[in-house]
Design a protein around this ligand. Structure first.
Ligand SMILES: [Zn+2]
Length: 222
């Protein structure tokens, strides 16, 4: 760690928010950090979503029966203030899956569907795994609906819901962040090796990630 970075003081903020994912023991905010906001598994509810730069939605949000409810949920997501919105489908997003123009419907509300592909936002590469898929490409932030096996993946009655092949892929590619949902009972954060894992099911979560060299960054606030 550089002298500049090590001189920055830690501050007390609500522990559930503002994780610093990259090996630092405390939170620092720099002027051009990216604020990542994530949630999943709202199942038609509309939780309060923290403000931020990039909204990552990890599936099971569109759980109505018809196009009208889908459009209503889409408008709600579209009304949120984040400048970029990324979405991966969950197993319950059937009403979206049934639409032949799903990608278009999302795009109308400023939402990008990630379906085994990546997108770069301000130098940060996001890759979204579609539900049931396990192949991932190198990225900074990985989004999937299901957890990797053994990581924040226990569902009801302790049943493991994670995917072993996804775990193998994550261990190989080591994204900086892997966010997912699906296992509602295991929402939270853990860090293994270089990767910060967030299960954001039913728990909208906000984290800061660095987009470049720590040492060169002017501090915005602490
Ligand atoms: Zn699910």
């Amino acid at each position: 760690m550089s002298a500049t970075a090590s001189a920055i003081a830690c501050v007390g903020v609500p522990a559930s928010y503002y994780f610093v994912p990259f090996g630092h023991a405390c939170r620092h905010i720099y002027t051009d950090d990216m604020n990542l906001v994530m949630f999943s598994d709202s199942h038609g509810a509309r939780p309060t979503i923290p403000e931020g730069d990039v909204l990552c939605v990890a599936g099971d949000v569109f759980c109505g029966d018809d196009l009208q409810s889908l459009r209503s949920d889409l408008r709600w997501l579209g009304s949120l203030p984040h400048k970029r919105k990324l979405f991966v489908q969950g197993n319950h997003d059937l009403v979206l899956k049934m639409q032949s123009n799903a990608e278009e419907l999302l795009a109308e509300q400023g939402i990008t569907l990630l379906n085994n592909n990546s997108i770069d936002v301000d130098g940060v590469r996001f890759y979204g795994v579609s539900y049931g898929a396990t192949d991932i490409q190198p990225c900074d932030v990985l989004m999937s609906h299901v957890p990797p096996a053994g990581v924040l993946d226990k569902g009801l009655y302790g049943k493991a819901l994670g995917c072993p092949r996804l775990l193998t892929a994550v261990q190989r590619l080591k994204p900086r962040v892997h966010l997912f949902g699906h296992a509602h009972e295991s929402a939270g954060h853990t860090k293994i090796d270089e990767t910060d894992f967030y299960n954001c099911a039913e728990r909208p979560t906000s984290v800061h990630i660095y987009t470049g060299s720590v040492a060169e960054r002017p501090i915005a606030s602490d």
